[in-house]
Design a protein around this ligand. Structure first.
Ligand SMILES: Cc1ncc(COP(=O)(O)O)c(C=O)c1O
Length: 415
């Protein structure tokens, strides 16, 4: 048996793998520079006077076949724009998943709505539609569905429940650019689709985000106003019709976005092909990749797998430490070793001063103790799932090194 790098043996991955953290793992180059140069030469860095933001939005809307695409400053801003658009009453409820980034929960709290956590399916780690209906109350306003790891959620089942209860569905596609469900792009299956272009995402503008929608008159709000101080600029003149932040994307971000969008399909396909190769290499190893539903296209934001803890001689956390020592950029559990509701902002209601709003609002539902394992399937997933930062620049040789590193550690710790 080979000596583990953790114990002083040679690393299975000798060199550095491409990473999203620098140029080695990002497809940023002449095309982005050309777009950026145009912006600098134009002297307009703001959407108010520039053209790049408008062009980026047009291209994004066209790619997704959406009527509206509104560019914003982050994925969190995209989701906040979407929630602001739905205009919940304080104390209304928005159903969310416990396996997601805090960026899906912050907008709910910021609009004084209560996040209601529906546990995940053990195999896909996406919201379990079978548990959705029981979470709906007369105060439920919407559902935020995260397509976690780029893995499409079961949208037919979720949309059927949403339709029965007249609920709006926001798709959080921050990790799922160009993922598809039964041939339809994620982000177009619900009522609003939200994307992130943060450094690690399938395409990047450093930070940035987009909301797509086929706008709906029922709200009496214009989507764009929800990230633009409630200002109906299309009507001319100054007005501020409701409370909304300023989440504008800059022309510099949009310039990079235009170039990145043109490369998106290739970058996503590269992730998929290398991920499929790893799954092939891991067949029979005891590492079980997260299930992707049939007739869907997952886009591998992370490559995730689980190992039955009873088949290891060490805790899964030590197994992951050994993988890291071998040179794999990975960690245990998303969004950490606890589901998102166990972080202080939710668990201890650290929100607005010492008020505890929205949880303490007189008319809000009470009784949830977020320090408890309220979503047991998610709790288990967080301590068993190995998440590898996947990358568009992984070639076959990189994947082979990752595969051998995993097999080496599996062999060393096999019970
Ligand atoms: C699933 C999910 N939702 C929302 C966000 C928030 O996006 P951002 O970091 O761009 O605000 C992220 C980013 O990590 C994410 O992964």
């Amino acid at each position: 048996m080979k000596e583990l790098a953790l114990n002083g043996g040679p690393k299975a991955i000798a060199g550095a793998l491409p990473t999203f953290r620098n140029a080695s793992g990002r497809s940023l180059g002449a095309e982005e520079i050309e777009q950026l140069t145009e912006v600098i030469n134009s002297g307009s860095l703001s959407f108010l006077s520039g053209e790049k933001t408008k062009e980026f939005e047009r291209n994004f809307a066209e790619l997704f076949g959406a009527k509206q695409a509104v560019s914003v400053s982050s994925g969190t801003a995209a989701l906040h724009t979407a929630v602001t658009y739905l205009n919940p009453e304080p104390g209304d409820e928005i159903i969310v998943t416990p396996i997601t980034d805090m960026g899906s929960i912050i907008p709910v709290l910021a609009q004084l709505a209560i996040p209601v956590f529906v546990d995940v399916d053990p195999e896909t780690q996406n919201m379990d539609p079978a548990k959705l209906e029981a979470a709906i109350t007369p105060r439920t306003k919407a559902i935020i569905v995260t397509h976690i790891y780029g893995n499409p959620a079961d949208m037919d089942a979720i949309m059927a429940v949403a339709k029965r209860h007249n609920l709006f569905v926001i798709e959080d596609c921050a990790q799922a650019h160009l993922a598809t469900y039964k041939g339809h792009l994620c982000g177009t299956l619900g009522h609003l689709g939200c994307f992130s272009f943060q450094q690690s995402k399938h395409m990047t503008t450093g930070d940035g985000g987009m909301v797509i929608a086929n706008e709906d008159e029922r709200f009496g709000r214009e989507l764009r106003q929800c990230s633009d101080k409630g200002w109906p600029r299309s009507k001319g003149g100054r007005d501020h019709q409701f409370l909304a932040p300023n989440y504008h994307m800059t022309e510099l971000q949009a310039a990079v976005g235009i170039a990145q969008l043109r490369k998106l399909e290739g970058m996503v396909e590269a992730r998929r092909q290398s991920a499929f190769y790893l799954s092939e290499l891991l067949t029979g190893s005891g590492a079980n990749p997260t299930k992707i539903l049939p007739d869907t296209k997952g886009t591998f934001f992370f490559y995730t797998f689980r190992v039955d803890p009873s088949k290891l001689t060490v805790p899964t956390s030590d197994f992951v430490k050994a993988l890291v020592a071998e040179g794999i950029d990975c960690f245990l559990g998303y969004p950490g070793r606890i589901p998102i509701y166990r972080y202080p902002v939710v668990k201890d209601a650290l929100t607005f001063g010492t008020s505890g709003f929205p949880f303490t609002l007189p008319n809000a539902r009470k009784g949830e103790d977020y320090s408890q394992p309220i979503c047991p399937v998610a709790e288990k997933a967080c301590v068993e799932t190995v998440c590898i930062w996947w990358n568009e620049r992984f070639g076959r040789e990189h994947v082979e090194q990752i595969g051998s590193a995993i097999r080496k550690v599996m062999d060393a710790y096999r019970a």
